[in-house]
Design a protein around this ligand. Structure first.
Ligand code: AMP
Ligand code: ZN
Length: 113
């Protein structure tokens, strides 16, 4: 997808600190972290937002949860706890129009993001 910053990261047109990658999924450090661990996990397929998910996307979303679990363990926040956030649309505060899940941890998180 042209002009999608996350597609550009997937295509290696923009640099990022990639922590996990397979055929369907990529995970990289958020450029503007709000917690000691702040990783974005997303499908490589360009899906704009949560409400655009189709039946055929269910499997990759499930796999993303497994990748999040693996990354939480690798980053030593599985025991201390963490938060997974998916912002959707304007009121949800979604800034980048390529579905993604924030993995946040490494400090006590407040009730609000
Ligand atoms: P959201 O508000 O849920 O759409 O979150 C978008 C996130 O993408 C923000 O936390 C940004 O800091 C992050 N972000 C934007 N551009 C980049 C980039 N080039 N590399 C890594 N993270 C980015
Ligand atoms: Zn995209």
């Amino acid at each position: 997808m042209e002009d999608c910053i996350f597609c550009k990261i997937i295509n290696k047109e923009i640099n990022s600190k990639i922590l996990y990658e397979d055929e369907e999924i990529i995970a990289f450090n958020d450029i503007n972290p709000i917690a000691p661990i702040h990783i974005l996990v997303l499908p490589k397929k360009h899906i704009s937002k949560l409400t655009d998910l189709k039946k055929e996307d269910e499997a990759v979303i499930g796999k993303i949860m497994s990748v999040i679990n693996k990354l939480a363990k690798e980053n030593n926040i599985a025991e201390t706890g963490f938060r997974v956030v998916a912002n959707c649309g304007v009121d949800g505060g979604q800034a980048v129009g390529h579905i993604h899940f924030h993995l946040l941890g490494g400090r006590k998180l407040e009730n609000k993001m």
